[in-house]
Design a protein around this ligand. Sequence first.
Ligand code: GLY
Length: 623
Amino acid sequence: MRHQASYLAVSALFCSTLIATGAAPAAAHGGPPPIPLPPKTAVATGYGGAVASVSPYATQIGIDVLAHGGNAVDAAVATAAALGVVEPFSSGIGGGGFFVYYDARTHKVTTIDGRESGPAAFTSTVFIDPGTGQPLAFNDAVNSGLSVGVPGTLMTWQEALDAWGTRPLGEELQPAAKLAERGFTVTGDFNGGVAMNQQRFSDITPTAQLYLPGGQVPAVGSVFRNPDLAATYELIAQKGIGVFYGGELASEIANTAQHPPMTPTSDRVFRPGVITAADIAGYTAPYTAPTHVSYDGLDVYSMGPPSSGGTTVGEALNVLTQLKNSGWQLNYTTQAQQVASLQAYLEASRVAFADRNRWVADPAFENVPTAGLLSPAFAASRACLISPTKTLTSPLTPGDPNNPSTTCQAQTQQTPNTSTEGLSTTHLVAADRWGNVVSYTLTIEQTGGSAMVVPHRGFLLNNEMTDFDFTAIHPPAPDPNLPAAGKRPRSSMAPTIILRDGRPYLVVGSPGGASIITTVLQVLLNRLDFGMSLPDAIAAPRISQRDRSVTEAEPAFLSSPLDPALTAIGQNFVPAPPAFTPAPELGAATGLEFLGDGRIQAAAEPQRRFGGSAMVVFPSPSE
Ligand code: GLY
């Protein structure tokens, strides 16, 4: 009955003026009704597999795949394809990401590097304005064809399915194509994603036609369709990914970036891009080794370079291990212990970020000392800088993981860190009844990417190339993250899988640009050291220190007694940047915990990004 009620409610919307429709004609009235919004809960516990993502539509699609015999990889790809429909401002086939997979048969963790790559015409000065000799303003680079890198998401899906899936990509795309074709209910994050981009979306003809129908931001509760994206998914389903990596879609992507389709009235300077169809045809998404550290007897696996997620979370955990070995207690039992624990967390993150900024980049182009960054000897040389009563001064001089210091002296760099990183992205987790697990973070970089929808194709192009540093951030120190042809910009994505005794225990990831790293680290500490349940670990207020003079903090932290207590020992908190929701927030995590009795607990955000969605195939009886 409930299904029928929502059918009628949504059917009523279908016939009303609330309908928002993309560029192509709407499905015929009287055709299949829009798909009702599934019920949304942030926590689910049970059996048979689990999925968590930011959207109940996407999570439900993943659960349906599991319920019909698909495995975690099948479910992850179907969920990701659905996020491209209902959360298109954070992810989609115009972007890239990192896929981390635990295989229950081999007990191995493998990763896929689906990061966007620089066009062949890229040089280290591509983001320098030739007129002024100065780096482009960050927003001018975001809003340009230059920011568009070769997308890796579709190739990632194909590689994952080829290696570990049980179904063809075309089949995995069907539920998302149906969602795009029939329509879905506009939620707060979708509405917010358009609202925060309204000005620049209105400058690009296909983007304005799709996401600002009638010049308006689609209202929460209205129905949105994207028939162009449905047709694009169908085209890929029929022809395979060659139509994207070399076929008509490659030409159209390149043409869009090279000739940004501005509205006639726009006076925005939107620099043309240099990406070509040949760049797209040459793309690969390689299988790579994960990063690995031990923490409290657990095996922590995450994404290696070009992401800095795995090395930076891993180095910080190693530093915390060193602090614990020297007698520093991490727990949350008294306020004094909370202050000491958070001081350890903030300072471990500060030193790990200083090292990340100096050393981590695309390993195909730079000599990235991954093993050194994750070595206990290096962690010891960095942990010794940290004090419970005095805060380090940022930006710190990085350590040398190739030759860890034997003396212990903190130094501050003279030049401030000038790098800028956007805040978007999305994370999903999936597990199946056989014990396979996926932790997958994907993005189009900025919320809304480059703002360019490929005409008549229904998806946004990324602006991932702005994750390169435009100039060296700490001259004269070398900066490994300068742009180059074919190079992948450094990421912060940290899709993480933790094993206990060789079996999956905890799975976590988050969006949030560079704050992804601190979100993942803080959720792990909340769960592993501070005694919180996974849902509480995700919900708890966040603070993010990234080798800056200030530490970003959410409002609930700023109004707590922990703020003055940590300020008294030198920390300096500022409000987190504005986000989708009216309140500033950091990240939007999803996670899984294997409870040890056969049940899985799936968890998403209760509040951030308007709340995420966790589901299991068979809920526990008490659920
Ligand atoms: N664009 C966000 C990241 O790569 O971390």
